[in-house]
Design a protein around this ligand. Structure first.
Ligand code: NAD
Ligand code: MG
Length: 394
C-alpha cells in the first residue's frame, strides 16, 4: 500500500496534535497532506513547517493573509486557503485519502459529511456531527462506500471488541454495549457542591488532557450523553441496549456484553494516540508512543453507577435520543451555547443542564429532512438558547 495521505481537520487541537504525533512516528506509512484549523495561524504555521503539507487552511478568512505571510517567512511552500467551504472541499478533494475529523462542535458537520460522501477513510473524533445528523452521516457513508473508524476512545474500544468492526449487533449475539465514563473532575460531588465551580476547575480532567469544550462536557457528563447517541448511530444499537458505567481509572475504554455471558473489553492507558493509531493503520497494529499498560501497578479497576440526579445532562441526552427526530441536534446546539456561556463566566455550571432542558422543552422535535434543514434548526436552537440565557441568567 502507498503512503496514506491524511487531512487533519482541527490540526491545532488536542486530537490534531495526537494525530500528528502518530503520523510523525511512521513517515513511510502516513503523510499529513492537509492541515486545517480555525484561526490560530501561529500554531498552524509551525505545524506546516514541521509537516510540509500540500495545503494549509484557516477557517477564518480574515486570517488567510496572516497565514500566507507566516508560511512565506518560514520558507514553507504550500497552498493556502481559507473559509468554511475550503475545509469542506479539502475533505472531499484529491489531496487526501484519509480524513481525521477533529474540529470541535457543529462546525465540523459539513467536512465530516463531505469526507463520508467521498468514500475516504473517515476517522471520526467530531462526535457533535454524528449527534446532530446521525442518519445523514450514515447515508453519506453508504453513498461514498468508504469506512468510518471511530477515534472517540469508547467507540474505538467497542469497534475493537466487535467482530469485523461494525457488524449487525443482533446477528453477532451482542446483548449490550457498555460505555465507560471517568466521571470527570466532579465525580462524587453533590449539587450543593457544584454551585460555584469555575471553568478552570471543570477543565481540570483527572485522566485526559483535552480541549476546553469536551472537558466541560466531561464534567457535566454531557460528553457521555453525546457518546451514547454516537454509539446508537455508529453501531445501530437500540437505545435500551446502551449502558453507561463510571470507571474512574479510565483504563477500560468500553465493553461489549454478549448473549453467552462473555464481556469483551478494550484496555489501555488513557492516551488518544492508541485509538488514532488503531484507526489510521487498521487492520494492522502499529506503535503509537503509548506506554504498555502495567496492570499490577494500577492494582484495581472500580466501577459504579453514574449519578444522573446530579449530572442531569446524561439523562437529557438519553431522553433526546428516545424522542428522536432532530431532538439530539437541538440538545447539541443548546449545549454548545451553554458551554460557551459557562466558559465565558455568564452561566453557572448547573445552569448548563437547566438551559439545555429548557430549550428542549421550547423546541419540539421535528423529523430530520436534509442537511439544509438541520443547519437551520441548529441555528434556531442556538437563537432560542441565547434568548433563554439572557432572560434567565443575564
Ligand atoms: P480542541 O479545542 O483542542 O481543538 C479543536 C480544533 O478544531 C482546533 O484545531 C481548532 O482550530 C479547530 N476548529 C474549531 N473551530 C473550527 C472551525 N470553525 N473550522 C475549522 N476548524 C475549527 O478540541 P479537541 O479536544 O481536539 O476535540 C476535537 C473533537 O474531538 C471534539 O469534537 C471532541 O468532542 C472530540 N474528541 C476529543 C477527544 C480528546 O481527547 N481531546 C476525545 C474524543 C473526542
Ligand atoms: Mg470519549
Amino acid at each position: 500500500m502507498g503512503i496514506r495521505q491524511v487531512a487533519v481537520l482541527g490540526a491545532t487541537g488536542s486530537i490534531g496534535g495526537s494525530t500528528l504525533d502518530v503520523i510523525a512516528r511512521h513517515p513511510g506509512r502516513f503523510r499529513a497532506a492537509v492541515l486545517a484549523a480555525n484561526r490560530d495561524t501561529a500554531s498552524l504555521a509551525k505545524l506546516c513547517e514541521r509537516f510540509r503539507p500540500d495545503l494549509a487552511i484557516v477557517a477564518d478568512p480574515s486570517m488567510e493573509a496572516d497565514l500566507a505571510r507566516r508560511l512565506a517567512a518560514a520558507g514553507v511552500r504550500c497552498e493556502v486557503a481559507s473559509g468554511h467551504e475550503a475545509v469542506t472541499q479539502a475533505a472531499a478533494g484529491p489531496l487526501c485519502d484519509t480524513v481525521v475529523a477533529a474540529i470541535v462542535g457543529a462546525a465540523g458537520l459539513d467536512s465530516t459529511l463531505a469526507a463520508a460522501r467521498s468514500g475516504k477513510r473517515l476517522l471520526l473524533a467530531n462526535k457533535e456531527s454524528i449527534v446532530m445528523g446521525g442518519a445523514l452521516l450514515l447515508e453519506a457513508l453508504r453513498q461514498g462506500g468508504g469506512d468510518l473508524i471511530p477515534i472517540d476512545s469508547e467507540h474505538n474500544a467497542i469497534f475493537q471488541c466487535l467482530p469485523g468492526g461494525r457488524p449487525d449487533l443482533h446477528r453477532s449475539g451482542v446483548r449490550r454495549i457498555v460505555l465507560t465514563a471517568s466521571g470527570g473532575p466532579f465525580r462524587g460531588r453533590t449539587r450543593a457542591d457544584l454551585g460555584a465551580v469555575t471553568p478552570d476547575e471543570a477543565c481540570a480532567h483527572p485522566k485526559w488532557s483535552m480541549g476546553r469544550k469536551i472537558s466541560v462536557d466531561s464534567a457535566t457528563l454531557m460528553n457521555k450523553g453525546l457518546e451514547v447517541i454516537e454509539a446508537h448511530h455508529l453501531f445501530a444499537a437500540p437505545v435500551d441496549s446502551i449502558d453507561v458505567v463510571v470507571h474512574p481509572q479510565s483504563l477500560v475504554h468500553s465493553m461489549v456484553d454478549y448473549l453467552d455471558g462473555s464481556m469483551l473489553a478494550q484496555l489501555g492507558n488513557p492516551d488518544m494516540r492508541t485509538a488514532i493509531a488503531c484507526a489510521l493503520a487498521w487492520p494492522e497494529r502499529i506503535e503509537a508512543g503509548v506506554a504498555p499498560l502495567d496492570l499490577a501497578a494500577h492494582a484495581r479497576l472500580d466501577f459504579e453507577q453514574p449519578d444522573t440526579e446530579t449530572f442531569r445532562c446524561l439523562a437529557l441526552a438519553f431522553a433526546a435520543l428516545r424522542t428522536g427526530g432532530d431532538a439530539t441536534a437541538i440538545l447539541n446546539a443548546a449545549n454548545e451555547v451553554a458551554v460557551e456561556a459557562f466558559l465565558a463566566g455568564t452561566l453557572p455550571f448547573l445552569g448548563i443542564a437547566e438551559l439545555v432542558e429548557r430549550v428542549l422543552e421550547e423546541l419540539p422535535a421535528e423529523p430530520v429532512v436534509d442537511v439544509q434543514s438541520l443547519v437551520e434548526r441548529d441555528a434556531e436552537a442556538r437563537r432560542v438558547t441565547r434568548d433563554v440565557l439572557h432572560r434567565a441568567y443575564c
